[in-house]
Design a protein around this ligand. Structure first.
Ligand SMILES: *Cc1c(COP(=O)(O)O)cnc(C)c1O
Length: 387
């Protein structure tokens, strides 16, 4: 992934660090935008995937909106130049302070996840003397067929209003003077690569949209969430997700009326491939049955493998690959937890102390989940323009 001159420069940098390829990010954003524009679809970027300043600046500059899941993310989006009219605020546990702040900014809409939250927003909006734009997050009971930690649209999940309560939710909205229904919101999970999942989602969206319209409630916005997956196995073969195919599914299967807008909230698909975690081999260990590479990066820098057994491609940076014999390594970090392991039996050229290792596809849910556990250093990052 790096050319020779970049490799030379990296050798002299302090590791570990996140490397961000802004050129790839730009191309990814352009392709996503072009594919969405074809159908007049609106895309909001899910800040929680990565809120690194340079990345946000780039995304904002391309005209994307922002999807936030905390008050601080709303504030960050505003500070990064996203117009309030393009900011949505989702999350099952919005505090009063966060709701008030978002009301003051006059954000586009709150994605409301329970009837009680709807009542609270109505009360707080009344106190602030405003009418809050709300969208109802419906839990459509669609199985995203992905890891259970990143599945959000099943009845057993904590997210959204279950369909059995929609009658009551609609009644609460009707009698609440300080909320106005903007749309319906759905988000069924993350790292979804099977387009049939999105097709099933469209069927549910149509069903519930019709349900509201039959009851005389007009729906301006259909927000179908995010969740489009990326290729963790082959980042070089598929650096950019197939946005054309993704948006085409929604164009084909969503039954939207002429004045209805369709909104998306993509996180991972926009940002994952442009980031890599670059680390150095501190030690090599050979046990009775195993070879280990102990890196200077661990779960404190990239938690996905420890948190949900996520796969990341691990590769050697530089060195003469052709000459070295290949060994299967368990690639581990320095943190005092057995789950601090990036991959087991990973085939890599025989390695030594000081060799550089890149952990690929780490742009989404990487840097943002970094922690100071074990009193680790603050995370560092490097952009392509600096190499
Ligand atoms: C996390 C999240 C997203 C983004 O999900 P990706 O899989 O990164 O696209 C979108 N909408 C909501 C409500 C979320 O919580």
């Amino acid at each position: 992934m790096f050319n020779k001159s970049q490799e030379e420069k990296i050798k002299h940098l302090e590791t570990p660090f996140y490397y961000y390829d802004l050129a790839l990010l730009n191309t990814t954003l352009d392709q996503a935008k072009a594919a969405a524009d074809k159908y007049d679809f609106h895309v909001h970027y899910a800040l929680k995937a990565n809120f690194n300043d340079r990345l946000l600046e780039t995304i904002q500059g391309k005209g994307f909106g922002a999807d936030c899941v905390s008050g601080n993310e709303v504030q960050k989006a505003i500070d990064s130049g996203f117009p309030a009219s393009k900011i949505t605020f989702a999350g099952v546990g919005k505090s009063d302070k966060e709701i008030r702040m978002a009301l003051k900014h006059g954000i586009f809409t709150f994605n409301v996840e329970s009837i009680q939250e709807m009542e609270v927003i109505n009360e707080l909006a009344e106190e602030e003397g405003v009418v809050a734009s709300v969208s109802l997050r419906i839990n459509p009971n669609v199985d995203a067929h992905t890891h259970h930690y990143i599945t959000t649209g099943l009845d057993e999940n904590k997210f959204g209003v279950p369909t059995s309560e929609l009658e009551k939710a609609a009644a609460v909205i009707r009698k609440s003077a300080n909320v106005e229904l903007m749309g319906l919101h759905f988000h069924v999970g993350s790292q979804i690569t099977d387009m049939n999942v999105f097709k099933s989602l469209c069927v549910k969206v149509n069903e519930w949209k019709n349900w509201f319209e039959e009851r005389g409630t007009q729906i301006k916005v259909l927000n179908v969430g995010g969740g489009l997956g990326v290729d963790y196995q082959q980042p070089d073969a598929h650096p950019i997700p197939d946005f054309e195919a993704y948006f085409a599914v929604f164009d084909k299967f969503l039954e939207r009326s002429a004045q209805q807008e369709v909104h998306f909230e993509l996180g991972r698909a926009l940002i994952a491939q442009c980031g890599s975690l670059v680390s150095k081999v501190l030690y090599t260990k050979s046990g009775i049955k195993k070879h280990f590479l102990v890196l200077d990066a661990g779960m404190t820098e990239l938690m996905r493998p420890a948190l949900y057994q996520a796969y990341h491609q691990i590769e050697r940076v530089g060195g003469d690959h052709a000459q070295a014999a290949t060994l299967n390594y368990d690639v581990v970090g320095p943190i005092c937890e057995s789950s601090d392991c990036f991959g087991k039996e990973v085939p890599l050229p025989e390695s030594k102390r000081g060799d550089l290792i890149a952990i690929r596809t780490a742009g989404a849910y990487g840097e943002v989940m970094a922690s100071r556990y074990n009193l680790r250093d603050e995370i560092r990052y490097v952009y392509d323009s600096e190499l």
